[in-house]
Design a protein around this ligand. Structure first.
Ligand SMILES: [Zn+2]
Length: 387
């Protein structure tokens, strides 16, 4: 009797194993995990990770749950546009609250109000605000694309990053050992003509958001002008650590990033939601870039949460975060063929993928740096309570 039960149990287990195998084979066909690379993927899922580029504007339990499950810490960036500078203080207060209440989950990066630059005492006021923010845990300062593309000087020229008004602020930051995070300009595509389908439907982001399309706005500075102003600052302030958000707006070609990394030892980049631009480029070229510059690239998604989100918005946001987290970790940590497609119009989840991209299969050592160690080196203090 006992033997009979054992035999039946063995048969049942065998049947289960066969059906699991079948499932795995089927998954492999649609680009799911292949067993030989599972280990690096499991590794990157398990290690501590810092997402250096997020915009969290309220307490959101679903984000904490996500960070717990996938072992992340977020860096919440304070960001004000040219016209809504009155939100600066409330954003700083929220970032400080997140940092003080959830130090394991949130670090923060501050900013300052450029719209008040004509007021007397502005430089000193900025420096004393930054001092205060650094004392309250801010690990860096962000400057947004309004510099270069929105603020104008009295003579009608656009205010650029290499304007002398910023020099004392950059010098103060270098002295304090704090890092400047720059989102200068936009992807180069914003200066190119948009294109449409024969039905007249916009095919890319800029066709859908014409206010951010500049090819037909010749009064705006060129892409090259904005990049050059940033490069001047990199050259003039060698003791200031500077991180280019969104791959320094050089996302279309890793060679363009490499040119700056070679010229300016004080420069590093964060991905800032631009993984899809790597996917457009040759797999081997992107992989070499990560290996050669493994100490100067850090992970960031540009995701976040605003206040007053409806349950529906929370559900959709979380779905997007989970989808991209899975996809991007597989891209960086395996050489799987990853279903992808329709990326010209958006990076949102799509029901059908039109083609696949090959993952760049980074080593554990490189994954450690890109997802954690580089953020700690370039933004000292970001690992507080997450060591
Ligand atoms: Zn951002």
């Amino acid at each position: 009797m006992k033997n009979k039960i054992t035999a039946l149990l063995t048969l049942a287990l065998l049947a289960l194993a066969v059906s699991c195998n079948k499932q795995n084979t089927k998954k492999d066909n649609v680009g799911e995990l292949s067993s030989e690379n599972t280990s690096n993927l499991e590794y990157v899922k398990s290690i501590k990770k810092i997402d250096i580029h997020t915009h969290v504007r309220s307490e959101q339990q679903y984000l904490i749950n996500f960070m717990d499950k996938y072992n992340y810490k977020y860096c919440a960036i304070v960001n004000i546009g040219g016209s809504n500078h009155n939100t600066l203080q409330s954003q700083i207060d929220t970032a400080k609250m997140l940092y003080n209440k959830y130090p394991r989950y949130y670090g923060w990066i501050t900013t300052f109000d450029i719209s008040k630059r004509e007021e007397s005492g502005w430089t000193n006021a900025v420096i004393s605000q930054l001092k205060d923010d650094f004392n309250n845990g801010a690990v860096g300062v962000k400057i947004w694309k309004t510099v270069g593309m929105e603020f104008k000087k009295e003579n009608g020229e656009y205010l650029q990053l290499d304007d002398p008004i910023f020099i004392p602020i950059f010098e103060f930051m270098a002295q304090e050992g704090k890092t400047l995070l720059l989102h200068m300009g936009e992807p180069i595509h914003a200066w190119m003509p948009t294109y449409t389908t024969k039905e007249g439907i916009g095919r890319n982001y800029w066709a859908k958001r014409p206010e951010y399309s500049f090819w037909d706005k010749p009064d705006l500075p060129s892409y090259s002008d904005i990049m050059a102003a940033r490069d001047h600052v990199l050259q003039k302030h060698p003791n200031l650590k500077i991180v280019g958000a969104h791959l320094g707006s050089l996302e279309f070609d890793v060679d363009e990033i490499i040119t700056r990394l070679e010229l300016y030892p004080n420069f590093a980049v964060e991905i800032g939601g631009r993984t899809r631009y790597f996917m457009w480029q040759a797999n081997g070229k992107v992989r070499d870039f990560f290996i050669r510059y493994q100490d100067r690239i850090m992970y960031g998604t540009d995701r976040g949460a605003s206040s007053n989100m409806t349950p529906e918005q929370i559900k959709n946001t979380l779905e997007g975060i989970l989808y991209r987290n899975d996809l991007f970790l597989r891209y960086y940590a395996t050489d799987n063929e990853i279903p992808w497609g329709n990326i010209i119009s958006s990076d949102r989840p799509i029901p059908e993928s039109s083609y696949t991209v090959t993952g760049i299969n980074l080593s554990k050592n490189v994954l450690d740096k890109v997802f954690y160690k580089n953020a700690v080196n370039w933004f000292p203090g970001i690992d507080k309570d997450y060591k």
